[in-house]
Design a protein around this ligand. Sequence first.
Ligand SMILES: C[S@@+](CC[C@H](N)C(=O)[O-])C[C@H]1O[C@@H](n2cnc3c(N)ncnc32)[C@H](O)[C@@H]1O
Length: 207
Amino acid sequence: MDSRLVYGFLAKFYDLFDLIFLLGGKGNSRFGLLEVISNPPQRILDVCVGTAASSVVVASRNTENHILGIDISDEMLAMARRKIARKKLTNLEVQNLSATAMRFPDNHFDVVMVSFALHEFEKEQREQVFQEISRVLKAGGTFCLIDFARQRNRRNRVFLRVWTLLEPRCFSEFLGIDWSVHLKAYGLFLEGEREFSFSTLYQWRKE
Ligand SMILES: C[S@@+](CC[C@H](N)C(=O)[O-])C[C@H]1O[C@@H](n2cnc3c(N)ncnc32)[C@H](O)[C@@H]1O
């Protein structure tokens, strides 16, 4: 199904999604970003920003960072703008732009992040996004990915199996990716990973 239609419908309820992190018991991975992204003045891109759930966490604490979020759903972006206004954040803005064709110069951002989006992309489209991320990220810059990951805990494994039924078919293929090697082809080298409820936060450095 077309993702614009899906998120046009889901936008108003989307933030309830974060409740599943509380069910998992290991904390919300969005807050893990604060351990990876520091607060000097730097340019950050949030790809597939949605309602800005991750960006708001970073922008609220790292007031020197400037974050730009991009997404193709006007409804999700409207929710993000409402949140940004309510929290009076002047260092976070969002715009309608596709992750597969970003209109930014090469080597433009210090940090690029994507949370809970790439598991919905078919392999070919996902590869395009990685290519774009690597292109717009500065040499030495950081790429952070938060997304669903296989679970050790039996209860969480059962939950994830049920959740799989709600996701596109590419979800299972996504869960099988070996991230320690997967992005080397894009000049990205894995520097760290930390497990949270239902998700893992990975961190790469661009060579
Ligand atoms: C599951 S939501 C994740 C939102 C947010 N990053 C988060 O952590 O909650 C996926 C988002 O990806 C967006 N999206 C899908 N395809 C896209 C594309 N080609 N370019 C930019 N955004 C896209 C959808 O509109 C939706 O807002």
